[in-house]
Design a binder for this molecule. Sequence first.
Ligand code: DLL
Length: 432
Amino acid sequence: MIWNEAKECMSRDELEYLQSKRLVKVVDRVYHNVEFYRKKMQAMGIEPGDVNGIEDLHKLPYTTKDDLRDTYPFGLFAIPKSEIIRIHASSGTKGKATVVGYTRKDLEIWSECVARALVQAGVTRDDIIQVAYGYGLFTGGLGAHGGAEKLGAMVVPMSTGNTKKLTTMMKDFGVTAIACTPSYLLHIAEVLEEAGDIPNIKLKAAVCGAEPWTENMRKQIEEKLHINAFDIYGLSEVMGPGVACDCEYHKGLHVYEDHFLPEIISQDSLKPLPEGEVGELVFTTLTKEGLPLLRYRTKDLTSISYDKCECGRTLARISRFKGRSDDMLIIRGVNVFPSQIETALLEMSGTTPHYLMTVDRVNNLDTLEIQVEADGAYFTWDSSDREKFRKKVAHVIHNAIGLAAEIKLVEPKTLERSMGKAVHVIDNRKLV
Ligand code: DLL
């Protein structure tokens, strides 16, 4: 049985005892196996023996995405590479991907966590689930896939991209559950609606995440498709989808705290905040072998509650996300840092590093246009040379951010210069 399948959760005391035991072990492991942590702890005058339980968590150093970048690709791995059986990666800052590695046991625990989320969404082994997150280096596709297989449901590994095929299979196979981003599900709903196919589907549940969405969007999805929609959260550094998920009461996302120890900290003082206050979510992984992380700063803003949920689960709940404390955008499920564009432009000739991104949502699909200032010489070329160059810029930017964008080359000094922090992004998406 998947732990908590029957809501047989531990008491908070039992859970905290387990967390403490696991924390002591993970601190010892990273101290002895990861030079980065050993050096950091030594610089702070901490030894593994100083951490005897979760009450000592505050003594430990934080970890950031930049630390992963600086130790790229495998510098934070805590186990020989021969034990790593899978790699995933997400966007890093300043041009380097954030690489994460999993041992066999890590993959088993990941599947278990996603299976828990699916159970919370009412999915069972009798369901047919379409996984319409991207497969590949992104953790969404294979993460959801592993959890659905663990549960024993019938998995249709759709991935993203072919909505017509997806809706046809949804009808023909009698698909009962779907895992995809909420904006994509709204798009799917529109396609089904236009074809008059809503009465012809058997969908009953959706497990959506990977991007910000609102309670309103959740309700829209539920009403349009006559299903129950759930909010699943995760990040590749910590594991992937399945770090937390909401239950049928939709009063916050239950964090799988036996594996991921959460804290909410103040972005200014970096000190832990009391229950209920909004701050940055931080995780310490308690069981990961490949890439254990101490106090990883997610940059996601939320609050936490330790009250027992109406569903009976004792697991802490985080509220729907209030945004991020950095400039990361999530466009069509892909994490994009504007600085990646600047880095790419600086590395090529013929452009200046001045750019403006405009993000829109058309038919529930994100669109991205990027205006880039070209060198003056560009405007003296003939139109076919200009088009060739525009395509080159589009290719370079696509490679840098992992996402195709509509590129417009504009004359030097046309983009507004700011007196303060440069404005590089206009995000017109309205999360209603
Ligand atoms: O997005 C993992 C995932 C896949 C989660 C599928 C859920 C479903 P990353 O690409 O590393 O991993 O992006 C992680 O996405 O720090 C949040 O800012 C955002 N995010 C993820 N889930 C949610 C959610 C995957 N339910 C980043 N609500 C995180 C709001 C979310 N934001």
